[in-house]
Design a protein around this ligand. Structure first.
Ligand SMILES: C[S@@+](CC[C@H](N)C(=O)[O-])C[C@H]1O[C@@H](n2cnc3c(N)ncnc32)[C@H](O)[C@@H]1O
Length: 288
């Protein structure tokens, strides 16, 4: 269940300052947040949580940034169909590196030289339209020219889009895992649809909580497009499952969350080698 905490503000600058402060807040678990302009030119700040948020902590951040009279967040449940509607936003094909992510209605848009990935907007996250997915796809395309990875994990696979990109571009096997069994079912279906069903093993697991992880480790490439809070919590386990020379690509974090996520992985001995930004979202590449 996803919960959404919303607060309406008059000024865009206040909304921007507030989401930066919230995204960096440890007590709140570095949640994801977004601002949206309303028809009356006010700005709504929406913050997403997987569990009941710490409302006094939210109120403390609002008061610290904007003063005691700025208002308070109202928490509600985000209906599942909102997520489906969100992924349906992107009906146009998306280019990232050599990849073209498209729906079945856009097969004719595939050009010679494209690595086409067919994904229907549906029950799982990852149609290529989000800045985090596109950032990871570009980085996968770049890294493939520099490395010959052998053991690859896509952690938080969603629709399987990143695993399919790797399997198609490099003809390599990929372990694709997700906390959500719907995502792993959709990944297996999408892998078959894209002709790489034999290369992708889809498994349901929270973090590394499935024996298949230990069986396939150590990994020399881990891509994880999750969210800042879980990425920080998973840092020790991800690094523990890496080969001596390995690359980790992380996304799902806002620009303001970059330093906290980087610090969590540097504390485990990795080095930040690259960072890219798309629509306010960061993709970090770390190596050991
Ligand atoms: C933002 S989506 C990314 C989907 C896809 N990889 C992409 O790049 O578009 C994040 C996915 O991570 C999954 N997830 C969240 N926390 C997780 C965890 N601790 N372990 C595994 N998967 C997780 C969610 O269910 C969701 O499908």
């Amino acid at each position: 269940m996803t919960l959404i905490a919303s607060l309406n503000l008059a000024k865009e600058s206040d909304a921007t300052r507030l989401i930066e402060a919230i995204g960096e807040d440890e007590a709140l678990g570095y949640p994801s947040a977004a601002t949206t302009e309303q028809a009356d030119q006010s700005w709504t700040v929406d913050v997403y949580f997987e569990e009941q948020p710490d409302e006094p902590a939210l109120a403390r951040v609002v008061a610290a940034m904007l003063g005691p009279d700025a208002g308070r967040f109202v928490v509600s449940e985000l209906a599942d169909e909102d997520w489906v509607a969100k992924s349906l936003e992107g009906l146009k094909p998306v280019r990232a590196g050599r990849f073209l992510v498209h729906g079945s209605h856009d097969r004719d848009k595939v050009q010679p030289g494209d690595i086409a990935i067919e994904i229907e907007a549906g029950e799982a996250f990852g149609t290529g339209h989000h800045g985090t997915t596109a950032g990871c796809l570009e980085e996968i395309d770049r890294l493939g020219k520099l490395h010959d990875y052998k053991s690859i994990l896509d952690l938080g696979t969603g629709t399987g889009v990143l695993a399919i990109a790797i399997a198609k571009a490099w003809e390599k096997p990929v372990l694709a895992t997700d906390i959500d069994p719907i995502a792993t079912r959709v990944t297996a279906e999408n892998a078959a649809l894209n002709g790489v069903g034999d290369k992708i093993d889809a498994a349901t697991a929270e973090g590394f909580g499935n024996p298949v992880m230990a069986a396939r480790a150590p990994f020399d490439l881990v891509v994880a497009n999750i969210l800042a809070g879980p990425l920080i919590a998973l840092a020790p386990e991800i690094v523990q499952h890496l080969a001596p020379q390995a690359t980790v690509v992380l996304s799902g974090l806002l620009v303001a969350q970059g330093p906290a996520v980087t610090a969590a992985y540097e504390a485990e001995g990795l080095k930040l080698t690259r960072q890219g930004e798309q629509e306010g979202w960061l993709t970090l590449t770390l190596e050991r």
